[in-house]
Structure formats: C-alpha cells, structure tokens
Write a protein that binds this ligand. Structure first.
Ligand SMILES: CC(C)(COP(=O)(O)OP(=O)(O)OC[C@H]1O[C@@H](n2cnc3c(N)ncnc32)[C@H](O)[C@@H]1OP(=O)(O)O)[C@@H](O)C(=O)NCCC(=O)NCCS
Length: 174
C-alpha cells in the first residue's frame, strides 16, 4: 500500500514539521487507541468505548477516501510518527462542515493541533462553498476551545444533547 500524497504544516520558529496525509488501514490500531482514550471519550458526543474491532475496521475502510461529506487526515511528523487526527464531517453536501480533532496523549500540549488544524481548514474547508465551518465543543474542554479561538471562531449556540447528558455542547462558529 502506498502513502497518500502529503501536505506539510510548518510553524515559524519550530523545528517540528508536521504533515497531513490520508489514513490507511495500517492506522487502524492507533486510531482505535485514540478513539478509546479517556479524554477523547470524555469530550465525545458518544461516551462509549469502541471494543468491536471488526466494526472499527469496517468504519475505517469507508473513510480512506475523501467524500463531499467527510475528509479525514492523519497528522504525522516528517519521520512518519502519527500524532493525531483532524477531520471534517457534515450530514449532507450542502450542510455547514464540522471540524473535529484529536491528538495522541503523548503528543498533547506540544502545539500539534494548533499547527495542523488551521492548515487543514485552509486546505480542505476554505475551498468548500463559502468556506464556513463550525466546531461543536463541550463547555469546559479548554484546549479544544483554544484551538477554536485560533481558528477565528467564537462561541455560538449552546444546548444539551439529551436530558440525561449534563454537559453543554457549544457550537463555535464564524
Ligand atoms: C484538544 C486537543 C486536540 C488539543 O491538542 P494539542 O495538540 O494538545 O493542543 P495544543 O498543544 O495545540 O494547545 C492548544 C492550546 O490549549 C492549551 N492547552 C493544551 N492542553 C491543555 C490543558 N490540558 N489544559 C489547559 N490548556 C491546555 C495550550 O496551552 C494551547 O494554548 P496557548 O496557545 O494559549 O498556549 C487534545 O487535547 C485532545 O486530543 N483532547 C482530547 C480530544 C478532544 O477533546 N478533542 C476535541 C473534541 S471537540
């Protein structure tokens, strides 16, 4: 299997160079580990582990290629160490895209998301329609809110997912 074409994310003054590439089936294990990371589960809409490996592989196999409703990119170092995932999803071709991101626990607080997410938005979201997008973030997820601020978003509508979920989901919008 070949690597997908890559794009590089540079940050002035930093030696670390990141690139965005399409996921492959070889990423299944690390993606599953990130999916089941406690912090990811804590701040996800679905607060449940994914222990069905076959189901995970099936899910991933449908996300290798870009679609009008979904674009996934691995964030990795130039020596091919995967550090995180950034993606766009939307319900339909004309819906406002949502941008999501997660970083490997060992790589957090090293400005991985601060560097890679804006580049993902520039390259994959801005060219769509009028370039508008949103980030749904549960209130209190400070690092994620910081990323949204860096994307130029501000806190918009807030609501609860259900009567039983005490968390408040805030839509960060332009
Ligand atoms: C949110 C997440 C992707 C941020 O990735 P990251 O690469 O660690 O973020 P960065 O290092 O670029 O930090 C971004 C900002 O948040 C701050 N920050 C990072 N982690 C923090 C923490 N635990 N507490 C408070 N601030 C934090 C950083 O200092 C930085 O702010 P600054 O520019 O003012 O210094 C990562 O924490 C993560 O994967 N969390 C679990 C999944 C998740 O919450 N995803 C988002 C769902 S909406």
């Amino acid at each position: 299997m070949h690597w997908s074409p890559t794009q590089e994310c540079h940050m002035p003054g930093s030696a670390l160079v990141l690139r965005l590439r399409k996921p492959t089936m070889y990423d299944a294990d690390i993606l599953l580990a990130w999916r089941n990371d406690p912090e990811v589960i804590r701040w996800s809409r679905i607060q449940a582990r994914q222990d069905d490996r076959e189901g995970h592989l099936n899910w991933l196999s449908k996300r290798l290629d870009d679609k009008p409703t979904e674009i996934f990119r691995m964030i990795e170092t130039t020596d091919c160490v995967p550090t995180g995932l950034v993606w766009m999803s939307r319900d339909s071709d004309d819906a406002v895209p949502e941008v999501h991101y997660r970083v490997d626990p060992a790589w957090r607080r090293r400005y991985i998301a601060s560097r890679a997410v804006p580049d993902f938005v520039r390259d994959f979201i801005r060219p769509i329609r009028n370039g508008s997008f949103k980030c749904p973030i549960f209130r209190g997820n400070v690092p994620s809110e910081r990323i949204a601020e860096k994307l130029g978003l501000h806190a918009g509508p807030a609501y609860r997912m259900s009567d039983t979920d005490t968390r408040v989901l805030v839509e960060w919008v332009q």
